[in-house]
Design a protein around this ligand. Structure first.
Ligand code: PLP
Length: 378
């Protein structure tokens, strides 16, 4: 079903930069260098410059980026990796796939990111890493997470699939791009992400020369010299066609973030103060690039609101309806309902509204009016 006001408008975004994108794609077609062509190397350099990070290793998608990061850390089966239960499945999936144990820690009720004050109590001798997720576009409390990691000798892998371009201030007073504070950062270029390709794509970044070299090898069958395999690796490379698209779109990433931020201000103004709606909080140490604009509803029938919006041609979505510790495939890890009350409550209360680079005041006013109509009548 195609709605008048979808969650994202990728076609509208493409049309604005069509000549540039089409030319970049044509260049790749003319070169027919589809695997590891020049645009991939160029993109790796461009993104590294943008992030102010030493190494960027492009790969096949954001899930692979997380998997490659964990593979590079030399973890042993049964080792524990701390993460949040309120995220996209990929974060915990790679932990489980590598025969590691996902250890969940509840999230904060206002920013929806991992609660650093609850990390210490789950650290054991087997704990080896933490994967904070910069959910919906804002950075988790990295200063607290890093000090915990230093205290217990843990590696930190940042999942910044939803927050590429966000910036945080650390306890040293310096500013860092999301994903560049921990040992390894991971992102996704899934088309609807803030920097979206025209298909799958992802990247891993790090300041560490050794990790960078290992991740690059792991992503290409564990080989440095062709047909000589130093590691058991995977096949996860960014397509040259996708790199060509991303080279163009990276130039617009900050402008895209501004458009999203402007839209968020309009939503915030319209909804804040309403006792049935909690607008998304932004932590003081980070900005927010609004991959999603996610409200919490109290005393409102969420399904009813979604139906009402849908009848007016307005999309809405629930990210995420089931926290990861209650997912069927993860029951063997022994978690139960009630273990993470904040994540469980959020799963029942959140609703995400359309927010994207092609928002106009007109679109937004229609959405705001529809939401307030329903909320005030019910
Ligand atoms: C999208 C996403 C991923 C996975 O990225 P893919 O490119 O779809 O594999 C991982 N973590 C989070 C938080 C995401 O939103």
């Amino acid at each position: 079903m195609s709605l008048k006001y979808p969650m994202v408008d990728l076609y509208g975004q493409y049309l604005k930069i069509k000549p540039e994108i089409d030319a970049a794609l044509q260049d790749v077609l003319d070169e027919t260098a589809f695997i590891q062509g020049p645009a991939v190397k160029q993109f790796s350099k461009n993104l590294a410059d943008y992030l102010r990070v030493k190494h960027v290793i492009p790969c096949g998608n954001g899930t692979d980026a997380l998997q490659l990061a964990l593979m590079a850390l030399d973890l042993q089966p049964g080792d524990e990796v701390i993460t949040t239960p309120f995220t996209f499945i990929a974060t915990a999936e790679v932990i489980a796939l590598l025969n590691l144990k996902p250890v969940f820690v509840d999230v904060l009720p206002d920013t929806y990111t991992i609660d650093p004050s609850k990390i210490e109590q789950v650290v054991t001798e087997k704990t080896k890493a933490i994967i904070p997720v910069h959910l919906f576009g804002q950075v988790a409390d990295m200063s607290s997470i890093m000090s915990m990691a230093r205290k217990y000798g843990l590696s930190v892998v940042e999942d910044t699939a939803q927050a590429l371009g966000a910036e945080m201030e650390c306890s040293d007073g310096k500013k860092y791009k999301a994903g560049t504070v921990g040992n390894i950062g991971c992102t996704s270029f899934f088309p609807s992400k803030n920097l979206g390709a025209f298909g799958d794509g992802g990247a891993v970044f790090t300041q560490d020369d050794k990790l960078a070299e290992k991740i690059a090898q792991l992503s290409n069958h564990g080989m440095k010299i062709r047909y000589h395999h130093d590691y058991i690796g995977i096949n996860s490379r960014l397509d040259t066609l996708q790199a060509a698209v991303l080279n163009v779109k990276l130039k617009y990433l900050d402008e895209y973030a501004l458009t999203r931020q402007k839209a968020a201000v309009i939503y915030d103004r319209a909804f804040s103060g309403n006792p049935k709606l909690a607008t998304p909080a932004v932590a003081p140490f980070t900005n927010h690039v609004y991959h999603q604009y996610t409200l919490r509803l109290t005393g409102i029938d969420r399904a009813g609101l979604m139906d009402y919006l849908s009848a007016k041609g307005i999309a809405s979505a629930i990210y995420y309806p089931v926290p990861l510790h209650l997912q069927k495939a993860y029951t063997s890890f022994g978690y139960r309902k009630g273990d993470f009350p904040v994540a469980e409550l959020l799963s029942d209360q959140v609703i995400s509204l359309p927010i994207h680079t092609e928002m106009t005041d007109e679109i937004q006013q229609d959405i705001v009016n529809a939401v307030l109509d329903y909320v005030n009548k019910n």
